[in-house]
Design a protein around this ligand. Structure first.
Ligand SMILES: [Zn+2]
Length: 279
């Protein structure tokens, strides 16, 4: 809890991914008890901040079901708004994310070594100890991140072939009906987050427009209006380098969020709105 009350009480946008019932959390998760404390703190601050509406903005990325089940009731109880940036399209909205599959592959491998061949390097990962498996999951994820979807898909297939039988327990994503429900709740806004959660700087401008627009087309049907806000997948400086800002701007997006923190100042570029990851 201590870390939660240290959030700078300036105009800040907080980024959440999953809210879980209890247990040990990863950097992508927060327990519902800790989230409740954040919402109380944010609601106290937002109520008292010189009459401006919601100086602390709450956002959720990727579109997990627990956002609706666990976070939204607390947001409603404390009258807080939030924006949910949801990945997917009409054809792809329930596939597990690749970075969720990597640790499942390494933890279930019965081989001593896993081999990976990427365009820029080969990796041989030691699976003989738990420490080795954990290290491998991190190293593989880090190495895959800046690659195109086709490379990631091919690498995952190769890893799955090496491991054999695999059980994929990935956290459930919002169904289409649940996105409709979320969009109908007062104060909850739906935003775009691309079709496949690509590392956008690896794509051409045309490919960026495609993945953004396919995602917005799908969300428009579910939410009843076309989202005008967007969060860059991964949101790091490397992932949004080059033409990415201009390509996103061309998709009728009005505001876009990155994943690095900074105070929100007057005349901020609304295609580079900073966020602080809430962990
Ligand atoms: Zn994301």
């Amino acid at each position: 809890m201590d870390r939660l009350v240290r959030y700078p009480l300036l105009n800040t946008t907080l980024l959440f991914h999953r809210i879980i019932p209890s247990g040990v959390t990863t950097p992508m998760e927060m327990t519902v008890d800790d989230f409740a404390k954040v919402v109380v703190r944010v609601s106290q601050y937002n109520r008292t901040w010189r009459g401006q509406l919601h100086p602390i903005v709450l956002t959720f990325d990727d579109g997990y079901r627990d956002n609706l089940e666990l976070a939204v009731p607390l947001l409603e109880e404390h009258k807080q708004c939030a924006t949910f940036f949801i990945t997917g399209s009409k054809y792809h909205h329930s596939d597990p994310f690749w970075w969720e599959q990597v640790p499942l592959i390494t933890s279930q491998s019965t081989r001593d070594w896993l081999e990976i061949e990427l365009p820029n390097k080969k990796m041989k990962c030691d699976m003989r100890t738990q420490v080795g498996r954990d290290r491998a999951a991190l190293a593989i994820s880090k190495s895959l991140r800046p690659h195109r979807q086709s490379v990631i898909t091919k690498t995952l297939c190769s890893l799955k072939d090496q491991v054999g039988d695999l059980e994929l327990f990935c956290p459930p994503r919002l169904t289409e009906n649940e996105i409709r429900e979320l969009a109908s709740i007062k104060g909850m806004t739906i935003g775009g987050h691309t079709e496949h959660h690509e590392f956008l700087s690896t794509l051409t401008p045309t490919e960026v427009s495609h993945t953004v627009n396919v995602n917005l087309d799908w969300l428009e049907v579910l939410a009843g209006e076309r989202p005008r806000v967007f969060a860059y997948p991964f949101g790091s400086r490397a992932s949004v380098a080059g033409h990415v800002f201009d390509s996103v701007r061309s998709c009728s997006i009005e505001k876009a969020y990155v994943n690095w923190p900074a105070s929100i100042i007057p005349n901020l570029d609304r295609y580079r709105i900073p966020r602080k990851v809430a962990t």
